[in-house]
Ligand binder design. Sequence first.
Ligand SMILES: Cc1cc2nc3c(=O)[nH]c(=O)nc-3n(C[C@H](O)[C@H](O)[C@H](O)COP(=O)(O)O)c2cc1C
Length: 379
Amino acid sequence: MICSTYWFIRIRPHERSTPVHIGAAVRGLIPLIARGSLPILSRLGPELAHDLGLAGLQLLRPFWPAAGPPVGLSRSCLGLRFAHPLGLAAGFDKNGDYLDGLGALGFSHIELGTVTPRPQPGNPRPRMFRVPGAAALVNRMGFNNKGVDHLVSRLERSSYRGIRGVSIGKNADTPIENAEEDYTVCLRKVYPHADYIAVNVSSPNTARLRELQDRDGLERIWGSLLRARAELKVRHGKFVPLLVKVSPDLDPGQVSSLAANLRSLGIDGVIATNTSTNLASLGADWPAGQRGGLSGAPLHSRALAVISQLRAELGQGFPIVGVGGIVSADHALATLRAGADLIQVYTGFAYRGHALLEEILDALMRNRPAAVAAASAAA
Ligand SMILES: Cc1cc2nc3c(=O)[nH]c(=O)nc-3n(C[C@H](O)[C@H](O)[C@H](O)COP(=O)(O)O)c2cc1C
C-alpha cells in the first residue's frame, strides 16, 4: 500500500448482495478516518506507508459493508470458477497477514507470497521507490517474507472465500542448483490451503533466479514438483494447478521456447509478467546505476507483447494470467484482448486503491457479451 487511497472504499447500493449490519454513523466515520490519514501516509516512505495502510485495512475490515460480485463476469479457468477476471498480484501481501482485509475489497483472487521455506529479511532498505510521474514503482525487495509456515498459519485462520493463489520461491542462500528442493518444500506445505500455486522464477531481485526459466531449470523444478503433486493430489483429494510466472525481459525467441516448454512440461498455466530490469523508459526520473524491478505504466506495452506472443503460440485454452502496467480500465481491457484469461494489478492498485478496481469492474460490465448484459438487465 504505497499511498492511502485504498481507504476510500465506495460500494454502490445496487452492487450489495447482503445487508449492511453496521450503523450508518460508524460507516460514515470510516471515510473521515481514511481522509485524515492521507496526508500522514503520503509523507512516509513507500514501504512504511504500504505496511501501515494494510494494517489499517485489516483493522477496518469488520466495519465494511459486504459487496456481492458483479453479475455476468464469472469465468472458469484452471478448473476454478472466478467471480470475475480481476485479482491482486503476488508481493502485495507476502505473508497472508492481510488476506481478509484485502479480500473484502472485491478481488476475485489474491495471490499471496512469494514465500520461501525459511523466513528471510530481503535486501537492505530502502528497496521500494515511487516514480509518481510515470505511475511506476521500482523495487528490489528480494523475497522478504516470514517463511512458508507463517503463511500457512494465516491461511488456516482466514475467512476469505475467494480464490487463493500462493506464489512460491527459493531462499536467497539456497544454491540455484538446489532450487527445486525449496520449491518442493513450499509446494508440500501450501498445497492443502491453495487453489492454485504460482512458481516464481522471474523475480529480478534474487541472484540467478531467472535462469530457472530456461529449459534445463524448468525441467528440473517441474519434474520434482509434478512428482510431489501426484502424491499430494491423492493425499488431499484435490488437484491444485501449478503455474509459472515469467519475466517481461524475454526476447521473442525466448518466449517461443518458453511456450514450447510450457506445453511439453505439462505446466498448467502462465502468469505474464513479473517486473522488468529495463529501467531505460524512466529516463531522468530514475538515477542511473540504481537497480531494481520496474512495474506500473511503463511496463504495460512489454507485458502486452509477451502475453500476445504467448497466446499466439499456445493457442486458445491455455490459461494465461496477464499482469503488468494495468493502471486503468483501458489497460485492463487491452490485456484481456491480448489473450489473458485473468488479470492482476499491483502498482496501479498501490497508486489508485479501490478506485481502480471499481473502474475496471465497471468497464468489464459495460463490455460484457451482449447476451449476458441483456439477461442480467431483465432479471
Ligand atoms: C514492491 C513489489 C513487490 C513484488 N513482489 C513480488 C513477489 O513477491 N512475487 C511475485 O511474483 N511478484 C512480485 N511483484 C511483481 C508483481 O506481482 C507484478 O507482477 C508486477 O509488479 C507487474 O504488475 P504491475 O505493473 O501491476 O505492478 C512485486 C512487485 C512490486 C512492485
